[in-house]
Write a protein that binds this ligand. Sequence first.
Ligand SMILES: Nc1ncnc2c1ncn2[C@@H]1O[C@H](COP(=O)(O)OP(=O)(O)OP(=O)(O)O)[C@@H](O)[C@H]1O
Ligand SMILES: [Mg+2]
Length: 647
Amino acid sequence: MGQQSEVKPPSAPKAAEKGGAKVPKEEKKKEKKQEPVKQWRGIDVKPLNPSFEILDRYQVGSKFAEVIIAAPPGRVVEPIYFVSEAPLRPEEEVALERVKDILTKELDFPKLGEEEEVRKVLHESTLKILKKYRRAVGLGEVSGEQLERILYYIDRDLLGFGPLNVIMEDFKVEDVSCDGVNVPIYVWHRDFESMPTNISFYDREALDDFIIHLAHKAGKHVSSAFPIVDAMIYGKHRLAATFREEISPRGSTFTIRKFRERPFSIIELIVSNVLNSEMGAYFWLLLENKANIMLIGATGSGKTTLLNALTTFIKPRMKIVTCEETAEINIPRENWVRFVTRESYGLGSSERGEVSLFELVRTSLRYRPDYLIVGEVRGEEAFVLFQAIATGHGGLTTIHADDVETAVKRMMSPPMNIPETHLSLLDAMALVQRVQLKGKAQLYGRRVRYIWELEDAHKYRKIAEWDPVTDTFRVNFANSIQLESISLMTGTSRENIVLELWKRKELLEWMRTNNITDPEKVSSLILSYYADPDKLISELGLVVKKPPAVAVTAPVEAQTLLRMPAQGQTTVQLAASTAASPTELENEVRTVADYIVDTLLRKSGPIPYWQVFVKTPYPRELIIRAMRHLKERRRIDIIGGIVELME
Ligand SMILES: Nc1ncnc2c1ncn2[C@@H]1O[C@H](COP(=O)(O)OP(=O)(O)OP(=O)(O)O)[C@@H](O)[C@H]1O
Ligand SMILES: [Mg+2]
């Protein structure tokens, strides 16, 4: 972090030296001259063409900054994102550069988290400088509005991202990327998706300097020798950049994934229809019972956001450990241990000091987490996570894949190598997608497209599905074996499990209609529910309607096998248990029941409920039916998640 204080504006020659570049002669000359060097050179900001049709416009953070989204007449090309800032008069511009020059020579730049203090000092110092050198900097009396405008640019340039600051402050922008010089900077906009902006770099060196500037602000080094940066810059945004032509032949590139200070709460996701309150209640019940859940989706589909919102449902006494590559997860609770990987700080090929995700996940097991949350599985850490799941820890993670088949295939192949038997320990999977919305003001949205429960690596039961036509969800709890399993494990009748689901659904609905969206508030209501559900329900005056009769045991026929049709076969197979008739099913259940009794006898003592699934090599549905069978015949008892022989 020692580099923080050395940071200079991008055009400062020192910054260029850092990158190993030779300082051009003219640059040296400029340095000697008294005229301050203009801070943001090489950046072009195009004005709005008056003939364009304006689709949206809004202020960003200050009355001096506006975003205008506009398209050429006839909308022949995609809309363009225009940054429009109150211009400075030429003399004000000169004054601003001088003030900045003085300030950068005298002031240290902020470290992460100290911005507010530095802003105060900056403003005070600016006022002093303007007072003292008013004439020297070429200004007369500085009027109120003029001063505000100068302070706006001081903040923008010294604390923010200069001409890119409006984009960075616009909460509707999720991603900012620059693919090189002379191409517009692109943004990913919440309402309009990917869009070019009116800003571009036209000078290679200026772009290099900008990247050095960003990297240094994050306390990282970038140069021709180390041309890749992956860093958290201030504001906790994630910067990925490449330097010069080393690995990107068209010159430096960068992309910034913006971080939300306040994470989306589960209610916000319900309000924006990412999922509905029934699905929320379902996840809640599963998470309370330590189910293993995996969220799948493409890049930027909203996996981490949903994962984070779901953590609110985890039972308060459960210990959570999170392992991530970049610190994104943000859980409003205390009983939470957070691990983040560390990059190597060695030079060249020696990867001294690196702590990989694999090592983190392995270490995290020593903390005996009830829930082990891995931000995203990509490699061998997935194997460790599944081992953890197979030894009774709850697991919650995300994986990059476009559909469930790809996700399962990825998990079963190198480098993850999850054994097929372990895969079925995953209780539920959900697919998150960015989807196009029809007939809505908002063009795109994120939706939980499907929720499935896994029976084994090839058999999934659809629990919920998004309907693109009506933009609503179809939920079918009758298909759930998880609810049956929870009923069995907790000794709660199926009716009461469904009633429980309904109570939680009503509570989530109540929060939605009463606009309780703040993560802390949502979390505290969920905690109150855990403490005393009926008290909370009566305090809030919730009316829990009798839930529709849902047989929680899945009817045998209602399972969809999503395995792709084999060659020559045109339809997707539908399959249930292999049993063709009720008698055959009964026989199968009996075989599995005998197997379970054998296991218990061999163990000569009670075993945890989850272990039955690890030890019994049969489909989950059969295991649950077999346990139900044994329980009803009083051959086993299940108390507090422990299975015991009664004989
Ligand atoms: N429901 C939502 N509404 C609005 N913005 C969202 C929503 N979900 C996610 N986002 C935003 O989209 C961006 C990407 O989301 P997120 O990080 O959750 O995606 P991801 O699938 O985990 O991406 P990656 O594959 O890179 O890990 C973030 O800026 C996030 O704030
Ligand atoms: Mg993610």
